[in-house]
Ligand binder design. Structure first.
Ligand code: PAF
Length: 283
């Protein structure tokens, strides 16, 4: 596996591969890799000749009071996982190379970025869209793999890719969960043992909402009430939001019809968790 440290080197590597006709699959990450990342890498491995994983803790997507400095950075462990998963190139640029002095251009996906998580993390999705576009320009992949766990992020990246004619296939991959239902996240390491044992109730609440949607004459408000009833019982929880939305526009669902998604964000102590599931309606 090749370790690449600069955008120029990455572009050069990618150009060589493309010249030979090799397809490129790309898994952008912020490191602290877990089984969820491994599943993205494995899918990329199956579908492409070359696989690139990036590790870059992107300062632009963290708010001033957020966890940028304490975000876990177990690089040697991450490198071992990439090696063992037959990744061709691990791209780990320095922040000064990604955002050199005078950097002034950002990308904002209108509308979608200010909803849901965007209401609680202003500027977050601008940071995500900007870095992902830059990484796309450097890696020039055919396909890029994103987890459904970050459903709003996935929706925004798909929109950006279409709006800007990037010609990259954005591949959504299912959320990987612990056996008790907790969605894997690099931030789960922040949870205390008590918080960790209570955290699966979040997913159970979403499941309770989705079950409610299958009942005849159920309404969006019943789905949300069923989810909230379970989630609100988690000791010490504070709910940022629980919303039932159209899976494409992320607008609040007015009826139980079409492709819907139940999403939430909660805080347990100092840890913020997000999760979501599809909602299958009765008709
Ligand atoms: O999902 C993440 O890990 C990050 O938001 C991403 C897509 C790598 C951009 O920094």
């Amino acid at each position: 596996m090749k370790l690449i440290r600069t955008p120029d080197e990455m572009q050069e590597m990618s150009a060589q591969w493309r010249k030979k006709g090799d397809s490129i699959g790309f898994v952008p990450t912020m490191g602290a890799l877990h089984e969820g990342h491994r599943s993205l890498i494995q899918r990329a491995r199956r579908e492409n000749r070359k696989v690139v994983v990036s590790i870059f803790v992107n300062p632009l997507q963290f708010g001033p009071a957020e966890d940028f400095t304490r975000y876990p950075r177990p690089f040697y462990q991450d490198r071992r996982m990439c090696d063992a998963s037959f990744v061709d190139a691990l791209y780990r640029p320095d922040p000064e190379r990604v955002y050199p002095d005078g950097f002034a251009t950002t990308v904002e996906v209108g509308g979608l970025s200010s909803l849901l998580d965007g209401e609680f993390r202003p500027g977050h999705f601008k940071g995500v869209a900007t870095v992902v576009l830059k990484l796309f320009q450097q890696v020039r992949p055919d396909r890029a793999y994103f987890g459904e766990k970050d459903f709003q992020q996935l929706t925004i990246i798909r929109r950006m890719t279409r709006d800007l004619d990037l010609g990259i296939d954005v591949v959504p991959c299912p959320t990987v969960r612990e056996r008790d239902g907790l969605a894997l996240s690099s931030r789960n390491v922040y949870l205390s043992p008590q918080e960790r044992s209570a955290a699966p109730k979040f997913h159970q609440g979403l499941d309770a909402g989705a079950a409610e949607a299958k009942k005849s004459r159920a309404k969006p408000k019943d789905v949300l009430a069923a989810a909230r009833k379970v989630v609100a019982r988690i000791p010490g929880v504070s709910i940022d939001y629980l919303r039932l939305v159209d899976a494409d526009s992320l607008a609040d669902a007015e009826r139980l019809r079409g492709r819907l998604r139940l999403l939430g964000a909660i805080r347990l102590g100092r840890t913020r968790l997000i999760d979501n599931i599809p909602v299958i309606c009765k008709d």
